[in-house]
Design a protein around this ligand. Structure first.
Ligand code: MSP
Length: 442
């Protein structure tokens, strides 16, 4: 056991859509990281869960003719079941409708209220119900929401505001002082660019006349908490909040893993919220890119969502996991296609790894009585040993840099070394007539 501690979180997923490839990617990457740290003997806590409040969910539930809670129960259970089937080893599963979460959110709100960090003000602006946020003139595209491309609604209302603007200089300083706080660098630069403009205060409430489905503000129950303010706190509430031994153990080591779509709330709102509440900032914000399909955006509104489970079931969990970890360069976008998946599985798994396993077991059975031989190492054995050590070293370094594709490539270099015959040539085809042998994917 090392004395290192590793607390890793995924975003908590909205319960207005069934789990898909995008959610599965983040959760599988988190799972690989958690397993890697457990292997190293670290004390690991791995959290995922669901984000269940807000306009979006209230509206989706209303359309389905059920209560928001019933709707949230169903989809949250679907996420949980998906993670079980994908072999995800999370230690906890937080739902924002749980009491343990609501309590911590209200406690933090009350603390901020008493500290004068929150005030009542009026705000008018262009609002997108899909995104559950106001858009500034600069962000609006052709009068429409830049994300949903749907018309915005002008709304004016009294709301509570968090004094986020006063933390702007502190935040810039923090990001500059800790170059890998937000990584990879492209996302750090994006946030520093965004912070060149003045930071606004953050509206953190919604009047109950408009939205009932949320956590009531502890100091004014005519309002519920803005969904992002509620959701971000899950990372703390799942540990029981400040004062809880689990919080004290894990919070100082927290690593967040998110997709690039939710960079701003995590890189701007959340650090300011933590600072105002007197809680330490996360160690790293690890940001990955987007899976695209046919070069286009993958989203439920576009309708080309890949059913992650279906492909994992069709090709097997490990094969599916191998593909998405190997194919995407962490931080960049990647294209998903079933053809690419099959091509990789055939080349890397069936041919390279499958044949290695097949040949090695045949040799062991035929020439060593079914037992892995021990004893004097030949020069070939030593070369294989050295290649193995290199693979472990390179894969480890790549894992630490979140370069999962390189970690796998390093392991496959080892596979290639072992597949080479004594003369150093890679057999063109090692599995008999059909290169895919018993591991055919198609
Ligand atoms: N509920 C918020 C997050 C709150 S965290 C305090 C949310 N939920 S979501 O259901 O929309 O999930 C967004 C996340 O799903 C992304 O950040 C990413 O992790 C994952 N992905 C969704 N679509 C994706 C792709 N097309 N590609 C890769 N990952 C994507 O936002």
């Amino acid at each position: 056991m090392s004395d290192r501690v590793f607390y890793l979180t995924t975003p908590i997923y909205y319960v207005n859509a069934e789990p898909h490839l995008g959610h599965a990617y983040t959760t599988i990457v988190a799972d690989a990281m958690a397993r890697w740290h457990r292997l190293a003997g670290d004390r690991v806590w791995f959290l995922t869960g669901t984000d269940e409040h807000g306009d979006n969910i209230a509206q989706t539930a209303a359309r389905a003719g059920v209560s928001p809670q019933a709707y949230a129960d169903r989809i949250s259970a679907a996420f949980r079941e998906t993670w079980r089937r994908l072999g995800i080893t999370n230690d906890d599963y937080i739902r924002t409708t749980e009491d343990r979460h609501k309590k911590v959110v209200q406690k933090i709100l009350q603390t901020l209220w008493e500290a004068g960090e929150i005030y009542l003000g009026t705000y008018g602006g262009q609002y997108c119900f899909g995104c559950e946020r106001f858009y500034t003139e600069k962000e609006i595209v052709d009068g429409k929401c830049p994300d949903h491309l749907s018309p915005l609604t002008y709304i004016e209302e009294e709301n509570y505001f968090f004094k986020m603007s006063k933390y702007q200089a502190w935040l810039i300083d923090e990001i500059q002082r800790r170059p890998d706080l937000i990584r990879p660098e492209r996302y750090r630069n994006e946030i520093l660019g965004f912070l060149r403009d003045p930071l606004q205060d953050l509206s953190i409430s919604r009047p109950r006349t408009r939205l009932e489905w949320g956590i009531p503000l502890p100091f004014d129950d005519k309002y519920v908490t803005y969904v992002w303010f509620d959701a971000l706190i899950n990372y703390v509430s799942a540990l029981g909040g400040p004062g809880d031994p689990r919080y004290e153990t894990f919070w100082p080591h927290v690593e967040h893993l998110i997709g690039k779509d939710i960079l701003k709330p995590h890189a701007v709102y959340w650090p300011c919220m933590l600072k105002a509440a007197g809680l330490p900032l996360y160690r790293h914000l690890n940001v990955h890119g987007y899976w695209r399909i046919g070069g286009g955006k993958m989203s439920k509104s576009v309708g080309n969502v890949v059913e992650a489970l279906a492909l994992a079931d069709k090709y097997g969990n490990d094969a599916f996991r191998y593909f998405i970890m190997r194919e995407m360069v962490f931080g960049l976008d990647a294209d998903f296609s079933e053809e690419a998946l099959v091509a990789r599985l055939n080349a890397d798994l069936a041919n390279d790894l499958g044949n290695l396993a097949s040949r090695a077991s045949t040799l062991i059975v035929n020439f060593a009585g079914g037992v892995v031989p021990a004893g004097a190492a030949s020069p070939e054995d030593r070369a294989v040993g050295a290649a193995f050590e290199r693979a472990v070293r390179d894969a480890g370094a790549a894992m630490d840099e979140l370069a999962f594709h390189r970690a796998l490539a390093a392991i496959w270099e080892f596979v290639a070394v072992v597949n080479r015959d004594r003369a150093g040539a890679v057999p063109a085809r090692c599995g008999g007539e059909d290169p895919r042998g018993a591991w055919a994917y198609r």
